[in-house]
Write a protein that binds this ligand. Structure first.
Ligand code: DLL
Length: 443
């Protein structure tokens, strides 16, 4: 058998075989791995042991996959409270890598990997790239940040293991990114969607037309982005944009990825067991209903995670995907439960504002949301960049555009916001995750 074959235009790599396991076999594998992982966590991590003991639970009580609901949740503060190494289940002699989240305040959270964990990580990243239609022969520009952030090294080793050529350029230095993209004949780029928008903007200033380059795929993640953003990015660059999901606490990038069907992200559930729970009751919701994604690692050695509350809001997609993969999908993560801000009593998410802005012709995907006033009397100002053609001296035309954006946002969130049009390139660009909200309200 040839080592590689192509199915519906999508690269298949032998590492992708678990994507297609018969369901019965997949469930058996998950249960087997869950039991082994929970025993390990119970034996080696005092926090997990004491949480289970409080509930009178022993690893042998896990007899079926549905018993997972008996296990206690883990939350981000558990990682902070046990900083730096308190949740490690392997001795340091077996830990070969640590990563850490930058964190906006205080101590970062630290995560660990054994050699085996790194192999699993590379294998799920191969599956992400293969699902994104990439293969050996592709030249992948990896513009996720290298360092403590999981994005750079996670994507790097996956791309190498796939057999592709990696350009380990990391984030930033936009002009050099574009020069290399052109000169090296790059076929795929990995970065945050907001950074790719920045590259799209800058390219013409350097005389580069992205549509004329061999670049054909973007693997974008690490921050929420909307379907409207995908359409814009694809139109402007003529690439196919794939959504990749992951988080440090679970492994980094590579927890899930879209396939060519672009209808949700397949979760590599032979390694990461997904549940979706109601954000208030924390009870599992039926498939198709929205809630918080909870993930359990099934094979992680150095730092197993039991029922980790991700804060990411999604649904488990009930139907099987037309790509033939049997592993389940989650819907695109448009928001986090802690992203939300409340304006005059209404819950609003930045992605709703983004969807409104990009529904209007003439806008650019650069925006910032500024909250002012006092709680209860909140004011929202949405600053949006508009294309040079639309940014005209004609006051009437600008007012019209402003009004259309305001209405598009109001249709989505049901409240009126102030819209201010700003010239192209005035809103600060990010090289990694974009910061969309500035909260200047008096607390
Ligand atoms: O952002 C890992 C990663 C790197 C994923 C590169 C994809 C690509 P953290 O810094 O720990 O890890 O942030 C994880 O980012 O809980 C989500 O809220 C958000 N996030 C990640 N991917 C997506 C996505 C990396 N595709 C947090 N869509 C997660 C929406 C995403 N949000």
């Amino acid at each position: 058998m040839a080592e590689y074959w192509h199915d519906a235009g999508c690269a298949f790599h032998p590492a992708s075989a678990p994507d297609y396991l018969p369901l019965e076999q997949l469930r058996m594998l998950q249960l087997h791995r869950l039991q082994a992982m929970v025993s390990r966590a119970y034996e080696n991590v005092p926090l997990f042991r004491s949480r289970m003991e409080e509930r009178g639970l022993k690893p042998e009580h896990l007899q079926s996959l549905s018993d997972i609901a008996k296990l206690p949740f883990t939350v981000k503060t558990d990682l902070r409270d046990t900083y730096p190494f308190g949740l490690f289940a392997s001795p340091m002699s077996e830990v070969v890598r640590v990563h850490a989240s930058s964190g906006t305040t205080g101590k970062p959270i630290v995560v660990a990997y054994t050699k085996e964990d790194l192999d699993v990580w590379a294998s799920v990243m191969i599956r992400c790239f293969a699902a994104s239609g990439l293969d050996r022969g592709d030249i992948i520009q990896n513009a996720y940040g290298y360092g403590l952030f999981t994005g750079g090294l996670g994507a790097h080793y996956g791309a190498e293991a796939l057999g592709a050529t990696v350009i380990p350029i990391s984030g930033g230095n936009t002009d050099r990114q574009l020069m290399i993209m052109k000169d090296f004949g790059v076929t795929a780029i990995c970065c945050t969607p907001s950074y790719f928008v920045h590259l799209i903007d800058r390219a013409p200033q350097l005389g580069i037309n992205l549509k004329e380059l061999p670049l054909r795929v973007g693997v974008f993640g690490a921050e929420p982005w909307t379907e409207q953003m995908r359409q814009r990015v694809q139109e402007e660059s003529r690439i196919e944009a794939y959504d990749i999901y992951g988080l440090s606490e679970i492994i980094g990038p590579g927890v899930g990825n879209e396939c060519w069907a672009h209808s949700g992200l397949h979760i590599f559930e032979d390694h990461f067991y997904p549940e979706v729970v109601d954000i208030n009751t924390l009870e599992p919701v039926p498939d198709g209903a929205e809630g918080e994604l909870v993930l359990t690692t099934l094979s992680k050695k150095a730092m197993p995670m039991i029922r980790y509350r991700t804060r990411d809001i999604t649904t488990l997609v009930p139907e099987q995907c037309k790509c033939g993969r049997t592993i389940r999908r989650i819907s695109r993560i448009g928001r986090r439960s802690d992203d939300m801000f409340i304006i005059r009593g209404v819950n609003v998410y930045p992605s709703q504002i983004e969807a409104g802005i990009l529904a209007v012709e003439g806008t650019l995907p650069h925006y910032i949301i500024i909250l002012t006033g006092e709680m209860g009397l909140d004011e929202v100002e949405v600053q949006v960049e508009v294309t040079p053609e639309f940014f005209s001296d004609k006051v009437g035309a600008m007012e019209q555009l402003q009004k259309r954006i305001g209405q598009a946002i109001e249709r989505i969130i049901n409240i009126r916001v102030k819209v201010r049009l700003v010239e192209p390139h005035t809103i600060q660009r990010s090289e990694g995750k974009a910061k969309r909200v500035i909260d200047q309200r008096k607390k």
